[in-house]
Design a protein around this ligand. Structure first.
Ligand code: AMP
Length: 383
């Protein structure tokens, strides 16, 4: 099948790498003018004049980037099947629509208000009770366009710093850790869910994902599965969907979702029987879904800003290096390393070893290291 991908970054690259063995071909349609995919045919079209040409070369269309105009997705949907649906894209681009949908489907969220001025931001902070997190309603990613307000008096400064006309203001959630659940739905409605990952961020950027997330109770796992199933069915979704969650004393609280393969699912390339990329391609091309079971325990370590000592990483027998062919720049995602182990103790040791070769990597601190530090010999910490 000829698959068209909107966007041409590393996610598109990994989709193609997973799709070629199944005899798919790929054409990338890039609106940004700076594709980094590095393989397949790329159509760069800032003025959107080559869309028909792109569509004539593909059978199905998907995307690897959700900040593209919904109108483009709708234009495409009138001509060729687009997965996921333009409605999913529209909801994921707009925090208000997203949190409203979560509420309608019974998925818990932080308490929230909308603000359209510094005054209404202040009023929202007062009524919710500080601290609160203010976020641009649209166009936010990797923690950009956000501010934490410790008191309502900070509203004027925060409003000016964020510089957007419409903000979502959320009550600050006291979470013990961040989790994500990734699932895939096929054209026939079949759903497969990956084990949840525990995600460690540093300066707003994902650094480590551990999967399966250690120490998950069956109740929490069932809760996450229920939420993602409900979303997939409601959106009549085909492909991979990611839901980011906070783990709190009261249970899971949803943060946001992404209508695509996700950085917190990169561990699945070697760490699961079928990767999130292959499963997305299988779903989009109408094929049966693959097994989402883990192979041992994994940690994905992002390579940010600088490549580091890649030769040394390649010498580690348990590390799988993935480079995206991008130039170094502060804060830029250049690649990742998937580390596999038979148990979490061994995993922590291996991740620390690998991080030595990645300058600027924050110390590997997670529920796992905290658990190990305090000598918590929880049997669920071993497979
Ligand atoms: P987001 O862009 O919504 O994913 O937010 C980026 C990061 O900010 C999240 O990964 C959290 O670490 C943090 N964050 C976002 N919303 C909240 C919240 N309501 N309470 C506490 N931390 C938050």
């Amino acid at each position: 099948m000829r698959i068209g991908v909107l966007g041409a970054g590393q996610l598109g690259r990994m989709l193609a790498l997973a799709g070629y063995p199944l005899a798919n071909t790929f054409v990338f349609y890039d609106l940004s003018g700076s594709p980094s995919v590095g393989l397949g045919e790329i159509i760069i079209d800032r003025e959107q004049i080559y869309l028909d040409d792109f569509l004539s070369r593909v059978d199905r269309v998907t995307y690897e980037f959700e900040h593209l105009p919904v109108a483009v997705a709708e234009r495409i949907a009138a001509v060729k099947p687009v997965h996921p649906t333009p409605r999913s894209l529209q909801i994921c681009q707009n925090r208000e629509a997203e949190k409203t949908l979560f509420g309608e489907l019974g998925i818990p969220t932080p308490e929230w208000r909308m603000a359209e001025s510094a005054d209404s931001l202040r009023a929202a902070a007062e009524s919710l009770g500080c601290p609160v997190v203010a976020k641009s309603n649209t166009e936010g990613y990797d923690g950009k366009g956000q501010a934490v307000l410790r008191s309502p008096e900070e509203a004027i400064q925060a409003w000016a710093n964020i510089g957007h006309k419409r903000l979502m203001v959320e009550k600050f959630v006291e979470f013990s850790r961040e989790l994500s659940v990734i699932a895939v739905r096929g054209e026939d409605g079949q759903v497969a869910v990956y084990p949840m990952a525990e995600n460690v961020h540093h300066e707003g950027i994902l650094r480590y994902s551990i999967a399966p997330a250690p120490g998950l109770s069956p109740d929490i796992t069932a809760e996450a599965k229920r939420y993602i199933h409900t979303l997939l069915n409601e959106l009549n979704y085909v492909g991979v969907l990611t839901l980011e969650l906070f783990d709190t004393a009261e249970g899971l609280v949803a943060n946001e979702m992404a209508p695509r393969v996700h950085n917190s699912g990169h561990w699945t390339i070697e760490g699961a029987v079928t990767s999130q990329f292959e499963n997305h391609i299988r779903a989009v091309s109408g094929q049966p879904l693959g097994d989402t079971s883990p192979r041992g325990v994994s940690c994905m370590v992002n390579i940010i800003g600088e490549h580091g000592q890649t030769r040394r990483i390649l010498e580690l027998p348990y590390a799988h290096l993935h480079l995206y062919g991008k130039a170094e720049r502060p804060g830029r995602k250049l690649g990742h390393v998937n580390i596999l182990a038979d148990n979490y103790e061994e995993l922590v040791w291996r991740v620390r070893n690998c991080a030595e070769f990645l300058p600027g990597s924050p110390e590997f601190s997670s529920s796992l290291t905290q658990g190990l530090k305090s000598g918590m010999a929880d049997p669920t910490y071993r497979l």
